[in-house]
Design a protein around this ligand. Structure first.
Ligand code: SAM
Ligand code: DTB
Ligand code: SF4
Length: 329
């Protein structure tokens, strides 16, 4: 066929939107194996092509229902199968949630993320959450919830209530998932992500580093995320916070450079996504966090608490931003 035929008016000018980026695990692994400076240079180029490199999006988290979860995720303080001594809490009142959201807004967060320790919401659980979403949205904040697996129709209800993002992490490579969780499967996670997309919600989906996985598993996680079609708008990369009483407490920690490499691989493979430096910041030095930002992280959790564990105090984060010339958005 001649080139002219390709230019015929019937030929599509753009590849179809459904075409995925198709990252192989080997190609992601090759990124991990680059010299550190080369990897960070590539990540910076990618960041600068699509974002203000000094702007960091800030989300504040609130646990709206804490602990007593049926699932056995090996990292989690909230599973009823682990003995972590956590104070459990039933679903919070709308008023208490709104007070926390208003404070987050005044402190500079642009998104408010509400988390519930459920395998998934029952329909009667969802009703009050829908009210919370609408009310938080009315404050002028972006809204995000993470409620576990969704049944048919629930994502649509959330969308109608004004939800912007649904967080549901793949957490690790498919081959390693069963080492960490046995009460639901990787396919269950993918099914919920599919429902969330189908309802027109934005996707927040990432994982955890430091659970005893190999570099190949880390590359496998990044390939899975990058090949979601389209990739998640928001990609949280958590560094395991070891919690006494969970099966993963005592796992050998992953070298910080490996964590930074994971952030860089996410940045390069998902150039238009916000990559969030998530759990584990409190255990990092300022210099280690700065490396994560250099590797292309452009989002973080802001506020003194994550869900059940602590996060750096806001005045410390503000001081770090001033030192690095970063600004929050
Ligand atoms: N139950 C819901 C679910 O599993 O999707 C929502 C809440 S769950 C706590 C949300 C995410 O927090 C998990 O997928 C995991 O990535 C992260 N997470 C939980 N505990 C963590 C820990 N100890 N260290 C790092 N990340 C953690
Ligand atoms: C995500 O990827 N990390 C956040 C949010 N999504 C829901 C949760 C981190 C939890 C860290 C452990 C805790 O505080 O319980
Ligand atoms: Fe439950 Fe979510 Fe914790 Fe798993 S990660 S135990 S599903 S709250």
């Amino acid at each position: 066929m001649s080139h002219l035929a390709v230019l015929s008016p019937l030929a599509p000018a753009q590849p179809p939107l459904s075409q995925g980026p198709d990252w192989t695990v080997e190609a992601v692994l090759a990124l991990f194996e680059l010299p550190f400076g080369d990897l960070l240079f590539q990540a910076q180029q990618s960041l600068r092509a699509h974002f203000d490199p000094n702007a960091v999006q800030r989300s504040t988290l609130l646990s709206i229902k804490t602990g007593n979860c049926s699932e056995d995720c090996g990292y989690c303080s909230q599973s009823k199968r682990h003995h972590t001594g956590l104070d459990t809490q039933k679903l919070m009142s709308l008023d208490a949630v709104l007070t926390a959201a208003q404070a987050a807004k005044e402190q500079g967060a642009s998104r408010f993320c509400m988390g519930a320790a459920w395998r998934g919401p029952k329909d009667r659980d969802l009703e009050p959450v829908l009210e919370m979403v609408s009310a938080v949205k009315a404050l002028g904040l972006e809204t995000c919830v993470t409620l576990g697996m969704l049944k048919e129709g629930q994502a649509e209800q959330l969308r109608q209530a004004g939800l912007d993002y649904y967080n549901h992490n793949l957490d690790t490579a498919p081959e390693f998932y069963e080492e960490v969780v046995t009460t639901h499967s990787y396919q269950d996670r993918l099914d919920t992500l599919h429902r969330v997309r189908g309802a027109g919600l934005k996707v927040c989906c990432g994982g955890i580093i430091g659970m005893g996985e190999t570099r190949l598993h880390r590359a496998g996680l990044i390939a899975q995320l990058a090949n979601l079609d389209p990739p998640p708008e928001s990609v949280p990369i958590n560094n395991l916070v070891q919690i006494t009483g969970t099966p993963l407490a005592g796992t050998e920690t992953t070298d910080i450079f490996e964590f930074v490499r994971t952030i860089a691989a996410a940045r390069i493979t998902m150039p238009r996504s916000y990559v969030r430096l998530s759990a584990g910041r409190e255990q990092m030095s300022e210099a280690e966090q700065a490396l994560c930002f250099l590797a292309g992280a452009n989002s973080m959790f802001y506020g003194d608490k994550l869900l059940t564990t602590s996060n750096p105090q806001m005045d410390r984060d503000n001081a770090l931003f001033a030192k690095l010339g970063l600004h929050g958005v």
